[in-house]
Design a binder for this molecule. Structure first.
Ligand code: ADP
Ligand code: 5GP
Length: 187
């Protein structure tokens, strides 16, 4: 069987749709896919570790990374900043990994401009009520933060047509399989 061609893949979708859960499943099944670790000014959630879920930085440190051109893309989301540093992405692509970026809509739009070959995948909820249930059920955000994220979610859902492909996250396993199929990895 021929080797899949390593690709840069963006996975976007509203907060709470299940992006992290699906990505964890995909990366657990396929070691040739690497999840980029973003840099953020958001505070760590309980259980999150610096250098594992994110590189957690101060506003001043983030400013410094912006001014030195370290980011492939960055964006503001619900009161915090998030960015993808270029160097590890390029190193992993060169080493033969497909690279997954789990990023929000503005970042996906930037990626489209800086790398027209990137595959843009939209992860959609089965319906609105289920999205609300998942976001509240995760229990990691205060009620006002949940409200803010649901407001952004309406905008993100309206942008689905800008993506190359939509995967509906009804079941984690089925969504992970669909992503592996798209990239050509057996499972
Ligand atoms: P995101 O990364 O998109 O913000 P998460 O991966 O944190 O979302 O998932 C939000 C919540 O929804 C979590 O509690 C997760 O366990 C749950 N979840 C994810 N995918 C599914 C699914 N297919 N069915 C039911 N619950 C799910
Ligand atoms: P969370 O705070 O829930 O971890 O992430 C909030 C949003 O920021 C999610 O939609 C997530 O995909 C997005 N995000 C995470 N990292 C990045 C990044 O490096 N760049 C951009 N543009 N968005 C990111």
């Amino acid at each position: 069987m021929s080797e899949p061609t390593p690709r840069l893949v963006v996975l976007s979708g509203p907060s709470g749709v299940g992006k992290s859960t699906v990505v964890n499943c995909v990366c657990g099944l396929e070691p040739r896919i690497w999840l980029s670790i973003s840099t953020t000014t958001r505070a760590p959630r309980p259980g999150e570790l610096d250098g594992r879920e994110y590189h957690f930085v101060s506003d001043a440190q983030f400013d410094q990374l912006v001014s030195t051109g370290a980011f492939l893309e960055w964006a503001e989301f619900a009161g915090n900043r998030y960015g993808t540093t270029s160097e590890p992405v390029e190193a992993h692509l060169a080493a033969g990994y497909s690279v997954l970026l789990e990023i929000e809509l503005q970042g996906a739009r930037t990626l489209r401009l800086v790398d027209p070959d990137a595959l843009l995948v939209f992860l959609a909820p089965p319906n609105w009520d289920e999205l609300v249930r998942r976001l509240i059920g995760r229990g990691t955000e205060a009620p006002e933060v949940v409200e803010r994220r649901l407001g952004v979610a309406r905008v993100e859902l309206a942008a689905e047509a800008e993506f190359d492909v939509t995967i509906v996250n009804s079941s984690v396993e089925a969504a992970a399989s669909a992503l592996l199929d798209l990239l050509g990895y057996p499972h």
